[in-house]
Write a protein that binds this ligand. Structure first.
Ligand SMILES: Cc1cc2nc3c(=O)[nH]c(=O)nc-3n(C[C@H](O)[C@H](O)[C@H](O)COP(=O)(O)O)c2cc1C
Length: 308
């Protein structure tokens, strides 16, 4: 897949995941072969009025190959203003979130709420396209509660989006049920611009099933949690299976930017995900969940692995 002069290689992409895809995780996923990585969703309003939060969310690692900044908002003027922000400078591509189902986002008419307001969604996309030289893309779901992905995708294309990503569930579904790969295949056939398929890809088998839809790229979210090597697994690349090394690399990068107090709380979920594949880890998991320090957590995990 190619967007302007940006070559996506095999088009295997790490999904944007708020509160999860920090700089350390993006770095580790990139080292295992993720061809592109997204920032967490960035509020355009916050970028202009409360930039400290955005500053930490937009730091990046040199191992990230193609950096995509994902923005959200509902006001075309604020969003086009945000495009000029220093914080978005590192990104080769700007993606607009039109799929987030979180109530606090929908309440503001943002994220997936825009799938219920095509004229506004179109205005946002075309204003962004007009106000930057960088490619604009859109990530969306099937619809709010019914599948309108064809109409929505066509609107994105007409408004000037360079590619789209479809997470093939409705906002109402959240994460329940299976992603609708037939809807992804229909969208791919209907559009001229590239389509990235997203939903439930966790290994080579599910990846190949997604590829049968004809998509140009495949995005992986939850399948990477605790398994940043999923990208090597899918590509059939030999990789270092040492979980401790992955965890330490992830933490070392975060340590350069964040306070230790924040880190211990934040890393808990990642550590528990990393431990998922380790046999007999239930007691150790309980200990990590309440561990007072990173060092202590690492010791628990190291011992667990040694005793395998
Ligand atoms: C914890 C979490 C946070 C997410 N945050 C975002 C986000 O900031 N922006 C976005 O477009 N999608 C977000 N998503 C949705 C994912 O990008 C992806 O579309 C979804 O998880 C389906 O893909 P998967 O089946 O591979 O996980 C999030 C998902 C999860 C689980």
């Amino acid at each position: 897949m190619r967007i302007d002069n940006i070559d996506f290689g095999e088009g295997l992409i790490l999904a944007p995941m708020a509160g999860v895809t920090d700089i350390g995780f993006r770095d580790v996923c990139s080292s295992f072969g993720a061809d592109a990585t997204y920032s967490e969703m960035l509020s355009c309003r916050a970028m202009l009025h409360n930039p400290q939060k955005t500053a930490l969310m937009t730091i990046y690692s040199p191992s990230e190959k193609i950096k995509i900044g994902q923005i959200f908002g509902h006001e075309p003027e604020i969003m086009t203003e945000a495009l000029k922000s220093e914080y978005l400078k590192p990104y080769q591509i700007i993606d607009i979130n039109m799929g987030c189902p979180a109530p606090k986002i929908i309440k503001n008419g943002e994220g997936s709420a825009l799938m219920g307001n095509l004229p506004l969604a179109s205005k946002i996309i075309s204003s962004c396209v007009k106000n930057t030289d960088r490619p604009i893309s859109v990530k969306f779901r099937l619809g709010i509660n019914t599948d309108i992905s064809l109409d929505f995708g066509r609107m994105c294309e007409e408004a000037g989006a360079k590619f789209v990503t479809l997470h093939a569930r409705t906002a109402q579904q959240g994460y329940s049920g299976n992603a609708d790969y037939e809807a992804i295949a229909r969208l791919k056939s209907a559009l001229k611009i590239p389509v990235i398929g997203n939903g439930d890809v966790v290994d080579r088998e599910s990846y190949l099933k997604m590829k049968e839809t004809g998509v140009d790229g495949v995005m992986i979210g939850r399948g990477s949690l605790g398994r940043p090597y999923v990208f090597s697994l899918i590509k059939g690349i030999d990789y270092d299976k040492d979980v401790m090394k992955m965890i330490k690399r992830h933490i070392d990068i975060l340590r350069a930017h964040y306070e230790e107090d924040w880190l211990i709380k934040y890393m808990r979920k990642h550590l528990l995900w990393y431990m998922t594949g380790i046999k007999g880890s239930s007691e150790a998991r309980a200990q990590v969940a309440t561990s007072p320090s990173i060092q202590n957590s690492l010791k628990i995990i190291e011992n667990l692995i040694k005793n395998q």
